[in-house]
Design a protein around this ligand. Structure first.
Ligand SMILES: N[C@@H](CCC(=O)N[C@@H](CS)C(=O)NCC(=O)O)C(=O)O
Length: 217
């Protein structure tokens, strides 16, 4: 398998966590979003959405991270990302899809760029937008985790939900989001980052990351 992605892209990070948790070997193929490689014809001929990640597997190119996570679980049922129990599976999707659709979508790079040009908002206004949409979803996610009485993970082992949560927490930290009243999210993040699968998937551990290169200089 080849995963075409970008070290700091949250959807690429999401897929890396999913592949690591499932124990599937993959080769990392960097796509430089800052140089708009995802919009070039070599890439869009393979992915008309012009976004990462793209997973090359079993002779096909597949895109869209949420569909990919479900496909991985169906094509490779070993070490499932989604729980076996119907209600737990429902809850993992409820929280995971809330983050993917109501938090990630309005904060995606093309949306932030559009706010600046052509809409004319400055960096401060873009950051206000960013924190608004983060709070709007992370608050109910935190409240739901409290209702469920979660421990280190949503359920016994990390999977679908944690693969979606961790990249958004990483992004939020880059925007100095205040997590002081998000004890459940913080606990889950810490427990995940203690695991080698999450450490290998982390943006800083990717060959196209400046941190990866500076650590080796
Ligand atoms: N719905 C898509 C979103 C993918 C996406 O937005 N990827 C971002 C990086 S996180 C990207 O490629 N942005 C560059 C662009 O759209 O030009 C998915 O879940 O895979």
């Amino acid at each position: 398998m080849k995963l075409h992605g970008y070290y700091r892209s949250s959807t690429s990070y999401r897929l890396r966590i999913a592949l690591e948790l499932k124990g599937l070997a993959y080769e990392n193929v960097p796509v430089n979003l800052l140089q708009s490689e995802q919009k070039g014809p070599a890439f869009t001929s393979r992915n008309p959405f012009g976004s990462v990640p793209l997973l090359e597997a079993d002779g096909r190119d597949r895109v869209q991270s949420m569909a990919l996570m479900e496909w991985l679980d169906e094509a490779y049922p070993e070490r499932p990302l989604l729980p076996a129990d119907l209600e737990q599976r429902y809850t993992a999707r409820e929280l995971g899809l809330a983050i993917a659709t109501e938090l990630h979508a309005p904060l995606n790079l093309p949306v932030l760029k559009y706010l600046k040009d052509p809409l004319g908002h400055d960096q401060g206004e873009v950051e206000t937008w960013y924190r608004h949409w983060l709070a709007r979803t992370l608050e109910p996610v935190e409240a739901r985790l409290a209702q469920l009485g979660t421990g280190d993970f949503l359920f016994d082992t990390p999977g679908f939900f944690e693969a979606i949560l961790l990249p958004q927490v990483y992004n939020a930290q880059r925007f100095d989001f205040d997590f002081s009243d998000k004890a459940h999210i913080v606990r889950i993040e810490r427990a995940c980052l203690a695991l080698p699968q999450f450490q290998r998937a982390h943006p800083d551990a990717q060959p196209d990351s400046p941190e990866f290169n500076s650590e080796r200089n």
